[in-house]
Design a protein around this ligand. Structure first.
Ligand code: ZN
Ligand code: ZN
Length: 352
């Protein structure tokens, strides 16, 4: 088997050969058929998240070790089961791998929120991920069938799909006169636009600095698009939404985008949900929180139940597909470069 690995933080990934592992216990051996290239793979490749003012959250200090195989949007075919791998998965069938795996026995995991487990074993973030041709999955329960969907699309639901779905659920929007603004029309933002009609009844607008991404968002059903680089954009959002968006989801996560999102919200009672991990630090007038009855929250990926829901919706034809670019696994470095340079529409998917 081959793995495309980070051998030094920020340096080009290197393809290396390994013996194909045997599944033990409850493990399942999967032959990877597609793996999406997510924006957080850029941070994982660099080895840190930018906390602003020169501070960094260093991945090695929280347990991510070199050499490291990124990739958490994984689809693959089951090729072998460990002796205790019971759970109804079939050899020869393809599944999406749920990567946000926790310890499996703490209170958080037991209530179904493994993505929030304090002892995570996330594939492609703490444990090796899908930039490879074979992968061990700890238990069959993390495999979700996606019959009827293209594998290059289905794999994106493991991160950008569940992340979008969970963030939409945090907007609190319940009526069709409550507008939602999405900031950032990359892979996650586009999946949010595609999933929004299934989760929020109000109109959805998209803000992105890239005219090509705004075009793509319009074509995918955005009610309006805005250029956050335009100084008049926030006023235009407030006018379009009849006084301000009830919620904003920021899929970029820079101080500039959070500031822009806050200026687009209704004067009181609005919610800003931050998903993007671009980085930086933001000074915020504290009295805004009570005076504007403002809710600021973060949303981090999603649950196994969210993944099953998103795949069910997609199978029912309720999730328009996002644009996909297929690339061979050998092009992982070029894919990361293109993503960092903002040259990608929708999602790039590596195919071993
Ligand atoms: Zn991701
Ligand atoms: Zn746990």
């Amino acid at each position: 088997m081959r793995r495309c690995e980070v051998v030094a933080w920020g340096e080009p990934l290197v393809m290396r050969e390994y013996p194909t592992p045997e599944p033990k216990g409850t493990e399942v051996l999967v032959r990877v058929t597609a793996c999406g290239v997510c924006h957080s793979d850029l941070h994982i490749h660099q080895g840190y998240f930018d906390l602003g003012d020169g501070e960094r959250l260093v991945l090695e200090e929280r347990g991510t070790r070199l050499p490291f195989t990124p990739g958490h949007e994984i689809a693959g075919e089951v090729v072998a089961l460990g002796p205790e791998a019971e759970g109804g998965v079939e050899v020869g069938r393809e599944y999406v791998v749920f990567p946000w795996i926790g310890c499996g026995h703490c209170a958080v995991c037991l209530r179904g929120e493994e993505n929030l487990c304090p002892k995570p074993r996330f594939l492609g973030a703490y444990e090796g991920g899908g930039y490879t041709d074979y992968l061990l999955v700890p238990h069959p329960r993390y495999l979700v069938p996606f019959d009827g969907l293209p594998r290059e699309l289905a794999c994106t639901y493991a991160c950008s799909g569940v992340t979008a779905w969970a963030a939409l659920g945090k907007t609190g929007i319940q009526r069709d006169d409550q507008a939602l603004l999405l900031i950032g029309a990359g892979g996650v933002g586009m999946n949010a636009l595609a999933l929004a009609p299934s989760r929020v009844p109000g109109p959805v607008a998209v803000a992105d600095i890239d005219p090509a991404k705004r075009e793509a968002a319009l074509a995918a059903g955005a009610a309006r698009v805005f250029d956050p680089g335009d100084p008049a954009a926030a006023a235009a959002v407030r006018e379009w939404s009849g006084g301000g968006a009830w919620a904003v989801i920021d899929f970029v996560g820079r101080p500039e985008t959070v500031r822009f999102g806050l200026s687009c919200l209704v004067p009181k009672g609005g919610r800003l949900v931050v998903v993007g991990l671009y980085g930086g630090r933001l000074p915020l007038p504290v009295p805004w929180l009570p005076l504007r009855a403002l809710t600021l929250c973060g949303s981090y990926v999603g649950t196994l139940a969210d993944l099953r829901t998103v795949i069910r919706l997609a199978q029912a034809g309720k999730v328009p597909p996002i644009p996909i670019t297929r690339r061979p696994l050998e092009e992982a470095n070029a894919a990361l470069e293109d993503l960092a340079a903002g040259r990608v529409e929708g999602r790039q998917v590596l195919v071993p």
